[in-house]
Structures are given as structure tokens and as C-alpha cells.
Design a protein around this ligand. Structure first.
Ligand code: ATP
Ligand code: MG
Length: 425
């Protein structure tokens, strides 16, 4: 026997038992993005490697160790996209979407990062992202956060995620803050975990992100970014907070919140849950006013966010009523001479008359007992039975599968009307 070939570690098949969840969540995401005037953009899954090095930053976890990069047959270095913002901005510039106008764009699809797979962390995962290009905020920043709040309501997880915000300030402030942080951390260098010691030289702001207890202890007395903000960034952040207060959004200012991608500035935010263990961030975003110019456009303010679909769906499953996977609303079954033709025709009549109803036809023979077992598993509410008698008289027997009620016999035309009434279609 040939050895079977397996999927790549950290890259998951999404099976029919789960795709119902994905479709539900994706529908809600799309509808909500649309309700705020965002339009969909569909982007390639592969881009030129330098796009990510330039946008995300050379000294970031993503670019240093998480990218799937390879040389194509022409020798060009390409990368499977690790995130969507860089490609989105590249496309907006390439197609002139920002000429004298702003753009509100959303996208969704697979992203790729070479990380250690675990619950909520995969090598192929999916993001839904929204980017607003051309507005300096903070009203648009606040609106983006309101989009999230509305999404959590619609998904039924609002009580299980909380919002953290911070301001990273602008480039100048970050330079002086970075120096102050490095000076402080250098005094305590020997106490820091190994990763943080390394980051202290390469990307010191990321030390703020460390989960290591000894490092956290040191960080408790570290200088705070907020004290280094210039006036414009401080005002931007204060107004954002006032807008969130006005809209009734609850948040916590987390002075240590930094993002793992270099392009962020000013306001950044994360929606976090405690229900998923270590992988608690379901959505992250912020302002990236420098990125468009960095990628060759004229200076254009921008703000965006991305949510991890797998984590969102895990959370929905964890905290909301689990949705049973259901193949059918109605199942046609029976036996006898001419059953196959009669069943196919009846099912077509029902589909003609009741758009949207899921109609399954039993095929493959077998006795009534096993057919009813299958009907039960399908999730159907009603079985439409075509036995010898029914076929002889052009009638059909309707049996309730989920309730103890008397079955009914009627003509096929009446059955369509009866079903319409019972499904309230
Ligand atoms: P984390 O700190 O969990 O590594 P991140 O800061 O790298 O997240 P972003 O690049 O901001 O994440 O991506 C936005 C969202 O995408 C995250 O909040 C998370 O929900 C999701 N995400 C990121 N990496 C993964 C992954 N490897 N597997 C599943 N979801 C992911
Ligand atoms: Mg990460």
C-alpha cells in the first residue's frame, strides 16, 4: 500500500462540520463592513518579498523568522503573505485608489506565518481586515473600533472580549522614548529574559510585550510612552478616548501595548479575550500614517485592523450556543417500484416552491428503519414519505422528526403549501 500524504503541519482543513460556522461569521463580517461603507478588495496571496521587509520592518518577528519566502523559477524572491495591510496599500497605490480621495477597504483570506502551531496559532490562518486610507482621525479610528463592537454584538461574544488601547506617538517621540527605554533596560539587562536582551538591541519597544515574569517586574518601573508623546499625538489620543467615551465603548489604556509590526504609530488597539488561553488577541489594529509614503506613495494617513478568523470562531464556539451542523430541512424517503423518479420529482417541486430550503433525497435503497435513522442525523424537521400507497395515489405522508405529532397525508401540491407555512417562508 502507498503511504498516505498528510497536510502540512499548522495548515488545517476546514471540514463541513465547521464550515457552517465560517460562513456565518464571514456573512456577519461582510455585512458589518458594508454597513460602514467599506468595500471589498481581493488581493494576491503572494507578493514580492521586499514589500514585507519594507512595510513590516526588517527587525520584526514576522520578517526575521516567520515568512514563507522562496525563489520562483525566474529567481525572484516571493513571499506568501503574512498579513494583509502591506498588499492592500500596494494595490491602492498601484491602481490610483488614493488620488485625491480616501478609500475604505476590507479583505479576507489566508495568511501564512512559520510559527509553532498550537491552539489559536497556525501556519496558515485567516484574517478579516479593514483599512481606511486618507483620513487622519481620530474619528475614523473611533469608528473602526465601533465596527468591532458591533461585530462582537452580532456574534454574541461582546461580554467576552475587552478593548485595550495605547498611543505609540509619532516617529520623533518614539526615538526619544526608545532611547529612554534602552537606557533604563540596560541598567537591568542581566535580569531580562534572553529574548528581551536580544530585542533590547534590535527592537527595544518589543520588550514591553514580554510575558516573562522577571522582565515584567523590571518593566513595572520603566519609562512610559505616554510621557513622551508630542502635543499632536497626545491630542489625537485624548480625542479618541473622548469619542469612545461618548459612544459608550469601554476600554483600558494599556501603556505597554505595542504592536509587532513597525508601521504602526499613534493610536493602537487590541481586542483581547481570556477564554482562549495564551492566544487571547482576536483583533488588533491601529494607525499607520507613514506606510503609504514608505511604499512609494505621497504621505497619506491611514488606520486599519485585522482579526484572526480561527480565534474568533473558537471564541464563538466556546461562549455561545453551539450550532449543530445541519444538512437538511426536509428529507424525502421511501421505497418501491418507481421511488427514485418520484422522489427526485417531488424534491424538485419543493425546491421550486420554497427557495432556500435544504431538501435531501434518500438514495441507495435500504429499509425504512435505516432511512429514518439517516433522516434523523441529517437534522431535517420533516420526512416526506413516498411508499407504494403514496405513489399509487400521487400523495405524500409528512412525518414530524423532532416533535411527537401525528403524521399527515396530502397531495404533493398541498405538501408544498404546508411546508411553506411550517417554515414560515
Ligand atoms: P500574536 O501576538 O498572537 O502573535 P500578532 O500581533 O502577531 O498576534 P497581528 O499580526 O496583529 O497578530 O494579526 C492580527 C490577528 O491575526 C491577531 O490578533 C490574531 O487574532 C490573528 N493571528 C495572528 N497570527 C496568527 C496565527 N499564527 N494563527 C492564527 N491567528 C493569528
Ligand atoms: Mg505574532
Amino acid at each position: 500500500m502507498n503511504e498516505s500524504i498528510k497536510a502540512i503541519r499548522g495548515m488545517n482543513d476546514i471540514l463541513p462540520t465547521m464550515t457552517g460556522w465560517w460562513q456565518r461569521v464571514e456573512d456577519i463580517l461582510r455585512d458589518t463592513a458594508m454597513a460602514y461603507g467599506y468595500e471589498e478588495i481581493r488581493l494576491p496571496v503572494v507578493e514580492m518579498t521586499p514589500l514585507y521587509a519594507r512595510a513590516i520592518g526588517e527587525v520584526t518577528d514576522i520578517v526575521e523568522k516567520e515568512m514563507y519566502s522562496f525563489a520562483d523559477r525566474g529567481g525572484e524572491s516571493l513571499t506568501l503573505r503574512p498579513e494583509g495591510t502591506a498588499g492592500c496599500v500596494r494595490a491602492a497605490l498601484e491602481h490610483g485608489l488614493l488620488h485625491n480621495q480616501s478609500a475604505k477597504l476590507y479583505y479576507s483570506g489566508p495568511m501564512f506565518r512559520y510559527e509553532r502551531p498550537q491552539k489559536g496559532r497556525y501556519r496558515q490562518f485567516h484574517q478579516f481586515g479593514m483599512e481606511s486610507l486618507g483620513l487622519s482621525g481620530p474619528d475614523i479610528d473611533a469608528e473602526l473600533i465601533l465596527v468591532c463592537a458591533r461585530l462582537w454584538q452580532a456574534l454574541g461574544i461582546a461580554d467576552h472580549v475587552h478593548l485595550e488601547i495605547n498611543s505609540l506617538g509619532d516617529a520623533d517621540a518614539r526615538v526619544s522614548y526608545r532611547q529612554a527605554l534602552v537606557n533604563y533596560l540596560n541598567i537591568h539587562r542581566s535580569v531580562l529574559d534572553e529574548d528581551s536582551q536580544r530585542r533590547l538591541d534590535s527592537n527595544p519597544l518589543r520588550v514591553l510585550d514580554s510575558k516573562h515574569p522577571a522582565t515584567q517586574e523590571v518593566l513595572n518601573n520603566a519609562p512610559i510612552l505616554a510621557d513622551y508623546l508630542d502635543e499632536a499625538a497626545a491630542e489625537h489620543f485624548a480625542t479618541l478616548r473622548a469619542l469612545l467615551d461618548k459612544a459608550g465603548v469601554v476600554y483600558r489604556v494599556n501603556p505597554r501595548l505595542v504592536r509587532g509590526l513597525d508601521y504602526y504609530n499613534r493610536a493602537v488597539f487590541e481586542w483581547v479575550t481570556t477564554a482562549l488561553g495564551a492566544q487571547g488577541t482576536v483583533c488588533a489594529g491601529g494607525r499607520y500614517d507613514g506606510l503609504v509614503a514608505q511604499l512609494g506613495g505621497s504621505p497619506t494617513p491611514a488606520v486599519g485592523m485585522a482579526m484572526g478568523m480561527e480565534r474568533l470562531i473558537l471564541l464563538c464556539q466556546e461562549v455561545t450556543e453551539a450550532q449543530v451542523s445541519r444538512q437538511a430541512d426536509v428529507m424525502v424517503l421511501g421505497q418501491g417500484e418507481g421511488y427514485s423518479g418520484a422522489a427526485l420529482v417531488l424534491a424538485e417541486k419543493i425546491r421550486d416552491g420554497l427557495t432556500g430550503l435544504r431538501v435531501l433525497v434518500h438514495m441507495g435503497g435500504g429499509g425504512f428503519k435505516s432511512q429514518f435513522r439517516r433522516a434523523d442525523r441529517s437534522g431535517a424537521r420533516f420526512a416526506l414519505i413516498l411508499g407504494e400507497d403514496e405513489m399509487a395515489t400521487g400523495r405524500v405522508t409528512i412525518k414530524w422528526l423532532r416533535e411527537e405529532r401525528d403524521q399527515e397525508v396530502m397531495s404533493q401540491e398541498e405538501a408544498v403549501v404546508w411546508l411553506r407555512a411550517h417554515f414560515a417562508l
